[in-house]
Structures are given as structure tokens and as C-alpha cells.
Ligand binder design. Structure first.
Ligand code: HEM
Length: 124
């Protein structure tokens, strides 16, 4: 891609804005509150580090925390299809509130996250 990775196109500042907005929605979502910690500071830092590498930027999560083993890390939490949809709805809202991210980049990011979210479902 001549414009670089999705990370390059979105940029670190906009990724930070997106992740911050995303967790403000997670913190208020009735389906998600029961499984997330009250203090989302570290969760947000880890997610920002993870997405940086996931989108083609430096592998910050791997460097700080090792292999993410995402599905295994999510097994302690009951992730139902309803909760996966809630998580994606929070992300969709955060993307719409971050107009600095271009529509086509937002769509590409959302599609990639949707594919991962399906694999996190571990309960009915
Ligand atoms: C951590 C829920 C999807 C990446 C977590 C935690 C919960 C959670 C409860 C633990 C928070 C904490 O203790 O700090 C969910 C739900 C999802 C979902 C309900 C819906 C499908 C995803 C997706 C990704 C992702 C799609 C990546 C694209 C992460 C990362 C962490 C995390 C990187 C931090 C892991 C760590 O502790 O090092 N998630 N998650 N999650 N999630 Fe998810």
C-alpha cells in the first residue's frame, strides 16, 4: 500500500483518541460493565499497544506483555454473542466520534475488529 499501513494512515494520536472514546462507551454499556474492571486505565493502555501492532505499527504489546494469546486471555470472561455485538457497537460509536479517521480507514479497521471479535465468543 503506497500510503503505508492502516496504523500509518490513522496515526498514533487518532488511535489514542479512538481507544479513549471506546472505553468511555464500554464503561457505560450495561452488557459490558459486568465483565470489565471499574478502572479501565490499564485495559486502555494495553488495547492501544495491541492495536498499534495489529494495524501494522511497532509491536508494543508484544514488547511489553509478550504474545497476546487473545482468545485464551478472554476465556476468564463470559463473552456471549450479545457482548461481542456490544463491544463492536462501542467501537462503531467511537469511530463515528473520531472524524479525523477517514471513512475508508474506519471501515477497514471495523471489519478487521469484527473478524477478531467473532473468535472471542466463548459462551452462549
Ligand atoms: C482485554 C472483553 C474483544 C483485545 C479484555 C478484557 C475483557 C475483554 C473483559 C479484560 C480487561 C482487563 O482485565 O483489563 C472483550 C469483549 C470482546 C472483546 C467482551 C467482544 C468480542 C476484543 C477484540 C480485541 C481485544 C476484538 C482485539 C482486536 C483485548 C486486549 C486486552 C483485552 C489486547 C488486554 C489483554 C491483557 O490483559 O493483556 N477484553 N474483548 N478484545 N482485550 Fe478484549
Amino acid at each position: 500500500n503506497p500510503e503505508g499501513s492502516l496504523y500509518d494512515r490513522i496515526g498514533p494520536e487518532n488511535l489514542h483518541r479512538l481507544v479513549t472514546r471506546f472505553y468511555t462507551h464500554v464503561a457505560r454499556h450495561p452488557d459490558l460493565i459486568p465483565i470489565f474492571p471499574a478502572d479501565l486505565t490499564l485495559t486502555a493502555q494495553k488495547q492501544e499497544a495491541f492495536l498499534t501492532g495489529f494495524l501494522g505499527g511497532p509491536p508494543l504489546y508484544h514488547q511489553q506483555y509478550g504474545h497476546p494469546r487473545l482468545r485464551a486471555r478472554h476465556l476468564p470472561f463470559q463473552i456471549t454473542p450479545v457482548r461481542a455485538q456490544a463491544w463492536l457497537a462501542c467501537m462503531n460509536r467511537a469511530l463515528r466520534e473520531t472524524p479525523e479517521i477517514r471513512d475508508e480507514d474506519a471501515r477497514e479497521l471495523y471489519a478487521a475488529l469484527s473478524r477478531v471479535a467473532v473468535h472471542m465468543v466463548n459462551a452462549e
